[in-house]
Every structure is written in structure tokens, then in C-alpha cells.
Design a binder for this molecule. Structure first.
Ligand code: SF4
Length: 414
């Protein structure tokens, strides 16, 4: 991902589903091919979904997911449903492509049931409609209970390029329903507030750039017309001296929170990128409640450390090395630590005493919420990297002071 691309977690994820041979991929190509700016394409095998990050007017940045044929051989029965569900966990809008001459088949009904179970807004698209006469339009199938939002399919022809624009507008109207009011930091500041951002530049930091949560925070502060001042931790004390006025807030990388907390005067609000990100993804209150479980860990307890992506260049060895080391030192217990990454997130979490998730910067909100739900349904506490580090270092209370409702949830720190 280039520095100026919209991060995948910020894109509206639009999944195209359907059987083989209904023209799903040609429809996706029609939609994406008309746009000049397909910024990346990850091709998979026939059983993997294909992701296309692009700008799609009138919606803006989207992630188009072209899913394998639902009736594909090689992904039969339960496995096929499982794979589809995995994609649905991140799908904001689902598009079901059906064949005009075959109408809604058993497979299509099964997909519609999955959309409804996951509460995903969907559109039914009847492709190859050029092969239908005006009077042959397909009608509501007998099990019409699916269509309580009204039977209102979009008729298109991918090969004739008919009605594709209308389909895009329908997708846009469904995706507009998403809540886009949450902000990373803009709601915490006033115009012209000076905000100091502490960014360590060490061997773990990616060469030549800032990591995603830092880029996004700077961008968000600029939108709010605040004045971000970015500094390395070793220059923080001098910078605060020279600023001439008190910053409205200090936001630090959580790995240097301790050093930073020692330098920043107590009356200046202090938090971390990771806490802001957790709040933004809707995970903060669960993570603050969940972190207390660290204090109850016993010898032999299993802990899952879950990462949102497989390349994790952004977080280096935090999950694999640092957190296990901190946990061992803080609890003094013999713990069984397992890690998962990317889509390998285990659905059955019942055997874990605690899940510690990464910042989830590459995941969209829908997927973060789903992971949280998996843990909560099993009664397994879930927290995240930044919050568990802050807790184990005894600085969590200070880092969430500016969110009084969240702070109330905090159990006594050791
Ligand atoms: S592992 Fe998590 S926090 Fe790290 S880059 Fe991937 S999604 Fe972001």
C-alpha cells in the first residue's frame, strides 16, 4: 500500500456472490474496468476471493471482493459455507448475482439466508437480462420470506453493459447507511490546538514511512484544523519546553508510553495511537473491561494472540515476542501462548482464558466487531496490544483519562 492510498480498513467492502457461470466476474470487471483507478489487485486461486481496492464513484474508496462460485467443485458443503462466512464477516454490502434464465436457485437462497443471518444489507442482481423479454422478468420465489425489504432486483447485462451504472448507485445508497461519524482524534480537539505526537524511529519502524495509525491520526487532526507536532521520544522534553504553550494533548506510541508519561506534565491529557485506534474500531470498552483478566491468569491458561494481517510489518514482534515476555514477567505464571494471523482467527475461542488482539489497523470495523462478538459469546475476555501493555505497565488509567465513561469500566490496577 502506498502512503496515499486509503487503508483497506477504511474502505467499504462490497462482496459479489453467486454461482459459477452467472457472469459474476464479468459483472465485477464491468464495474471495476470502467474505472481507471484500480489501485491493487490480489489474484487468488479459483477457490480464493479476489480483492480489488479502487475508487468507485459515487462511493469513493471501496474494496470489491469477487468471491469464488458458490457451487464450485472443491469447496463443497460445509466448507463452502464456512469460506463464504469468512468473507461475510468483513462484507459491508453483499451483491447476489443470479442468472436471468434460471432465477433464484437453491444455492442463491442459501446465500440470501447467510446474508440475513449476518445482518448484511444486500442487493439481488439479475444478470444476462438481455436474454429476457420484458414480460419474462423473474418474480418473487415461493419462499418470499427473504424479501421483507421488498423484492427489488436490479436487472443488468454485463456483456451488453446495460444498467451497470444503476447498480453502482444502488450499492452506493446501501453503503451510505454505514456510520461514518466516528473519528480517530478529530472529535477530541479544537481548531489550532497543538497536539504532540510521539513517534519512535527505531529498528522496528518501517523504513521511510510512518505506520498506518500514525498517518491516519495526523490526517484526522489536520482535518479538524488542529496543529500536530511530531517528535521522537528522545526529543520530547525539549520540544515541550520550546513549544511556548501547553499542548492540548500528547499521543504516543504505546511502546514508549512509560518514558513519555514520565516527561509529560500530569495535567496534559496523554493517550496512545493504539487506544485511539481501539476506540475508533469500537473495541475500546470491551478491551478495557477484558484486560482485567490478565490479573486472574493461572498456570496452564491458554492465551490467544490474534493479529489482523499476515505481514504485520507495522507491528513487528510485539505479538510474538514482546507481549509474551511482558505477560510472563507480570503474571509470573506458566502460560500457553498461541498466535493466529489474518483470516486464521479461530472461531471457537472457548478454550482460551484471554484473547489479546492487535490494533486491527488493516481490518474494517465489521470484522473487528465480529471477532469481538466471537469472544463475548463464549464469555472469553478480549483486549488488545496497546491496552494490555498499558495495563501491565500501570499506566492504563492515565491513558484513558480523557474518556471518563471508559475509565469507569477500569478495575483497580495493580
Ligand atoms: S497485525 Fe494488526 S495492527 Fe499489525 S499491521 Fe496487521 S492489522 Fe495492523
Amino acid at each position: 500500500m502506498g502512503m496515499n492510498d486509503t487503508p483497506s480498513g477504511e474502505r467499504v467492502h462490497i462482496g459479489f456472490f453467486g454461482r459459477r457461470n452467472v457472469g459474476k466476474s464479468s459483472l465485477v470487471n464491468r464495474i471495476t474496468g470502467q474505472e481507471l483507478s484500480v489501485v491493487s489487485e490480489v489474484a487468488g486461486t479459483t477457490t480464493d476471493p479476489v480483492y480489488k481496492a479502487m475508487e468507485l464513484l459515487p462511493m469513493g474508496p471501496v474494496m470489491i471482493i469477487d468471491t469464488p462460485g458458490f457451487d464450485d467443485e472443491g469447496s463443497l458443503g460445509e466448507l463452502r459455507v464456512k469460506k463464504t462466512e469468512q468473507i461475510l464477516h468483513k462484507t459491508d454490502v453483499a451483491v447476489l448475482v443470479v442468472d436471468a434464465q434460471e432465477g433464484i436457485t437453491q444455492c442463491d437462497s442459501q446465500l440470501l439466508t447467510l446474508f440475513r443471518e449476518q445482518d448484511i444489507p444486500y442487493i439481488i442482481v439479475v444478470n444476462k437480462s438481455d436474454l429476457l423479454g420484458e414480460e419474462d422478468r423473474i418474480t418473487v420465489p415461493p419462499d418470499a420470506s427473504y424479501y421483507d425489504e421488498g423484492w427489488n432486483p436490479v436487472y443488468v447485462s454485463a456483456c451488453q453493459n446495460e444498467n451497470v451504472q444503476q447498480l453502482k448507485e444502488r450499492i452506493a445508497s446501501l453503503s451510505a447507511v454505514r456510520d461514518t461519524s466516528r473519528r480517530l482524534a478529530a472529535d477530541l480537539v479544537q481548531p489550532l490546538d497543538m497536539i504532540v505526537l510521539v513517534v519512535p524511529i527505531d529498528s522496528a519502524a518501517p523504513k521511510g514511512r510512518l505506520i498506518l495509525p500514525q498517518q491516519q491520526t495526523i490526517r484526522d487532526l489536520l482535518e479538524a484544523e488542529a496543529v500536530p507536532v511530531v517528535v521522537r521520544e528522545n526529543r520530547l522534553a525539549e520540544t515541550l519546553d520550546r513549544l511556548g504553550r501547553k499542548p492540548a494533548m500528547v499521543i504516543t506510541d504505546s511502546q514508549v508510553f512509560e518514558e513519555v508519561a514520565a516527561v509529560v506534565p500530569r495535567e496534559i491529557p496523554l493517550t496512545s495511537f493504539s487506544i485511539l485506534m481501539a476506540r475508533y474500531k469500537g473495541l475500546l470498552s470491551a478491551a478495557v473491561q477484558g484486560v482485567a483478566a490478565i490479573d486472574r491468569l493461572q498456570d496452564g491458561d491458554r492465551i490467544l494472540i490474534a493479529e489482523g494481517c499476515t505481514h504485520h510489518r507495522q507491528c513487528d514482534d510485539i505479538g510474538t515476542v514482546k507481549i509474551p515476555r511482558f505477560l510472563k514477567k507480570y503474571t509470573g505464571k506458566e502460560l500457553l501462548i498461541e498466535t493466529s494471523s489474518g483470516i486464521g482467527f479461530p472461531e471457537d475461542l472457548s478454550s482460551y482464558a484471554l484473547v489479546i488482539h492487535c490494533g486491527g489497523c488493516m481490518l474494517n470495523e465489521r470484522e473487528v466487531r465480529w471477532r469481538m462478538k466471537c469472544a463475548q459469546e463464549e464469555g472469553v475476555p478480549i483486549t488488545n496490544y496497546g491496552i494490555s501493555i498499558a495495563h501491565m505497565k500501570g499506566i492504563l488509567a492515565r491513558s484513558i483519562e480523557m474518556f471518563p465513561d471508559i475509565k469507569k469500566l477500569l478495575k483497580e490496577e495493580k
